[in-house]
Design a protein around this ligand. Structure first.
Ligand code: P6P
Length: 337
């Protein structure tokens, strides 16, 4: 290869290097001399869980694991068979990692206390929605896993009750036309796609930024009549200004579209869910960290960042307005009008 003096070889440029999720994490870890690898091991547990869940989702109808188990979770929502399977995979993968002190799941009423911090041992809390949007499974719609990682601060289960701004990492896996993992460790947003032929998540984007100018909103308009008036004013304005509507019914799918294309996603207070439907700790907070790291915004109400909400319960809910910064501002202008 003819390497001009000073010019780096083509093969080491970010855009052409072969980088797996594992290599990406080890490269990030190397920048922290004091790092012990605990955090990287937790991410590897999430990665293997995603590969197993992806396989189960794609084979669900063939293996007759679609449909519900006939029970309800702590949210009062009917549990799908794959909700329980995905939850079990994540619990077993994370349970085997020394660095995990506590695990909290949408599917479990109580958090699972695995280990306490030992002298000189720093551990983490992992919160997740194992299979977000699972009602889409029967119709082959997008479903996903959402995760949030907090430092364990020695307060036992109260270590979970930290504001979203304290997250050390957040991400999601979208089981869609391909299996995509999106991750932030507080230094931008990176995207990986599972290559099933080699069983590795391959890095395809680094430093994602939400595009501006996409005239698109995402909301369940079936709830329109019970939205607070300001939301209805925004929707009337948007529909009079050429906006399109996109709604997948699974937060991971809707947020992923906004991360890549722009626009705004809304889950306002409704008569059925006056505090909002989405869960703060393992849906809104991780998505909010990703949105803000990608230059977007995530609010619970005008001038109320989701990441600043001080939680009082691990399953508490919140309204959500998230997406491109200028579009979130436009929604808020109608809420405050
Ligand atoms: P609705 C899925 O059940 C979920 O928790 C989110 O993934 C999704 O954004 C929302 O609920 C959909 O709720 O009321 O529109 O069906």
């Amino acid at each position: 290869m003819n390497i001009a003096a000073g010019a780096p070889p083509e093969s080491i440029r970010d855009s052409v290097r072969i980088m797996t999720l594992q290599a990406h994490m080890l490269e990030a870890q190397a920048q922290f001399p004091q790092a012990t690898g605990t955090f990287s091991w937790i991410l590897s547990a999430l990665s293997i869980s995603a590969k197993i869940i992806a396989d189960k989702v794609r084979r669900a109808r063939l293996e007759n694991v679609l449909g519900s188990v006939g029970t309800e979770n702590v949210q009062g929502e009917v549990q799908q068979k794959l909700d329980v399977l995905a939850n079990d995979v994540l619990m077993r993968a994370l349970g085997g990692r020394e660095g995990v002190a506590i695990v909290a799941s949408e599917e479990n009423e109580e958090p699972v206390i695995l280990r306490d911090d030992g002298p000189g041992v720093h551990r983490y809390c992992v919160l997740f929605d194992p299979l977000d949007g699972s009602s889409n499974l029967d119709v082959c719609g997008g479903v996903g896993t959402i995760f949030s990682i907090l430092s364990h601060d020695g307060r036992g289960r109260d270590s979970l009750l930290q504001a979203g701004s304290h997250q050390v990492a957040a991400g999601y896996v979208l089981y869609g036309s391909s299996t995509v993992l999106v991750l932030t460790i507080g230094r931008g947003v990176d995207m990986f796609v599972l290559d099933p032929s080699i069983g590795a998540f391959m890095r395809v984007e680094t430093g994602l930024r939400i595009p501006a100018g996409n005239k698109s909103y995402s909301v369940n308009e079936g709830n329109r009549k019970s939205f607070p008036e300001g939301y209805r004013r925004y929707l009337d304005w948007a529909q009079s200004n050429g906006y399109s509507s996109r709604y997948a019914g699974a937060m991971v799918a809707d947020v992923h579209r906004i991360l890549l294309k722009g626009g705004v996603f809304l889950y306002p207070p409704t008569a059925k869910a006056p505090e909002g439907k989405l869960r703060l700790m393992y849906e809104a907070n991780p998505m909010a960290m990703i949105m803000e790291q990608a230059g977007g915004k995530t609010l619970a109400a005008p001038r109320r960042r989701v990441l600043e909400i001080q939680p009082t319960a691990i399953h508490q809910r919140t309204p959500v307005i998230l997406g491109a910064a200028e579009e979130v501002d436009r929604v808020c202008a109608h809420l405050s009008g």
